[in-house]
Write a protein that binds this ligand. Structure first.
Ligand code: C5P
Length: 220
């Protein structure tokens, strides 16, 4: 069968990662977390003392870090210059800084190339999750999903993940990051015209996965 390409976009806390991993595992496809790639390049920049408020400084080093993503949905990995950064990219520091880095066009060009080459190399196909996959990275994807959820549901899911995090602060930080991601000039967070929107507010993870798997099977 021809490889199947699935794009899953949406704001933070809508269940993109859990859904994408489960769909990929169930269908025997590869999986790519593109947010992890933007977090990884942000981690490298923080580590190397780059002034993230200066887009020219960020652009100048956009190609310096070697970012490698492992695409097995059962055990996704991410390394920067050979170092496993899976845990380091989830800190509050990286989370609060990633939107500034991902808004720089040179960074996006670089990371988009990586994403397209991983998608092209996936023999059986791939589920790619992010913000601009359906609009920009893989506009010819076989299926595009746009996940949404109420801000309350999203903040509650994130606080659950970050054990003990303050719900109000999490909600404010999420809203700020989505506003930045949606309003940037280059390739903002947006629903593609041909994407299927799924509101996950009242759905369990299993229900969302079943819905997406059914849509993929309809396309095959
Ligand atoms: O999905 P996650 O929350 O890990 O994404 C982290 C950040 O990476 C987002 O807030 C956004 O700034 C950036 N991102 C992006 N384009 C993507 C995926 C993520 O700009 N396709």
């Amino acid at each position: 069968a021809k490889p199947v390409i699935v794009a899953i976009d949406g704001p933070s806390g809508t269940g993109k990662s859990s859904t994408s991993k489960a769909v990929a595992a169930q269908l025997g496809l590869s999986y790519l977390d593109t947010g992890a790639q933007y977090r990884a390049i942000t981690w490298w920049m923080v580590n190397n003392g780059i002034d993230l408020t200066d887009p020219t400084a960020v652009a100048a080093v956009a190609g310096k870090a070697e970012i490698v993503s492992g695409t097995d949905p059962a055990a996704p990995t991410i390394t920067v210059d050979g170092v496993d950064v899976a845990a380091a990219i989830r800190t509050q520091e990286v989370t609060s800084k990633v939107s500034a880095v991902s808004a720089v066009p040179e960074v996006r060009t670089r990371i988009t190339e990586l994403q397209r080459s991983l998608a092209a190399g996936a023999e059986r196909g791939i589920v790619v999750e992010g913000r601009d996959i359906g609009t920009t990275v893989l506009p010819d994807a076989d299926l595009k999903i746009f996940l949404t959820a109420s801000p309350e549901a999203r903040a509650a899911r994130r606080s659950g993940e970050l054990k003990g995090a303050d719900l109000h602060a999490t909600r404010e930080a999420l809203i700020r990051r989505d506003a930045a991601d949606s309003s940037r000039k280059t390739s903002p967070l947006a629903k593609a015209d041909d994407a299927v929107e799924v509101d996950t507010t009242e759905l369990t993870l299993a229900q969302v996965v079943e819905c997406v798997v059914t849509l993929v099977e309809e396309k095959r």
